[in-house]
Design a protein around this ligand. Sequence first.
Ligand code: CO8
Length: 291
Amino acid sequence: MLLCCRACRTMFSRLWGRGVRLLSAPEATAATAFQSPTPLPPTWNPDNRQDHTIPFPFSGASGMRAVMVEVIPLNIRPFTMAPWLFSSSQPRDYSLPNSSWSSEMQKLYEHYNNMCEVDTEGGNKVKGAWRRLPSYNSCLEYVTGGQGGSKVLQQEARLFTRNIEEQGAGFEYVVFMKKHEKTCICVFQPGHLLEGPPGYVHGGAIATMIDSVTGTHATYLSGLIMTANLTINYRSPIPLGSVVLVHSSLDKVEGRKAFISCQVTSSDGSKLHTEATGLFLKVDVRHLLGA
Ligand SMILES: CCCCCCCC(=O)SCCNC(=O)CCNC(=O)[C@H](O)C(C)(C)COP(=O)(O)OP(=O)(O)OC[C@H]1O[C@@H](n2cnc3c(N)ncnc32)[C@H](O)[C@@H]1OP(=O)(O)O
């Protein structure tokens, strides 16, 4: 897909974070070598982990800034985008440690991060079972298109879980994915702005985190998805400022449907706070565009 006009940008803004990533300059150059798009697989199969790139010729149509984006319907990597390609400064990755993180949160982050794949000096990747998923609050501000473009892109929009600027006040979390076992784990430290009952986390905030983690998981597995159903049982309250784990696991896939279950536990796993099941439906781009 080439971001060359307002229509492209509108579509891009709606896909952002849902299976679209920006191509780096070398990748974009390489993509122009393709004469025809890679055909998409007829059926969704999460075991088929091949990436599919749909490149179109790279050009500066209508004099606007044009960028290549890659659409990856399978093995989605929704957070591996590079919006700083369009800005002199790199956007903040909210999944990295900050000073509001408790020592427990930091320790759990290091525990999972140490099991992730890492880049070595030679540029080779050392394989690890886990992968940290970077997280941004919005990328649209980095895709500039003048005033008209800004309106179309809804530049004020922010990801719900990343829209509280004060560190530690809202949702502090990091998601790791265990690549071959179809599980995700999120280390979550709820801040004081998420209060429900005195001293405890609001049920809606817990639901938000469950939807975000399982939704991210489903997106990673299948591409564009929407939550169709989320059933939640609250078993024990979560103290504000504590650190909990959100476990997400794929139960089964039936056609367009992905069934995912989720448990929120204390950081040592001994206490069950919340359990949930979710149904995610793979949708066509046109569904998001309201067509
Ligand atoms: C960055 C972090 C990631 C965050 C991820 C967050 C994800 C979200 O929160 S998404 C926002 C909340 N969700 C929504 O707004 C969705 C609104 N709903 C919709 O858009 C549509 O109803 C949608 C897409 C779910 C389904 O519509 P559509 O694709 O037309 O499916 P439809 O043809 O009706 O049904 C397909 C199948 O699913 C089943 N189905 C649909 N909805 C449901 C449901 N709620 N419960 C159970 N089954 C359902 C149908 O029965 C049908 O089954 P079968 O094929 O066996 O007959």
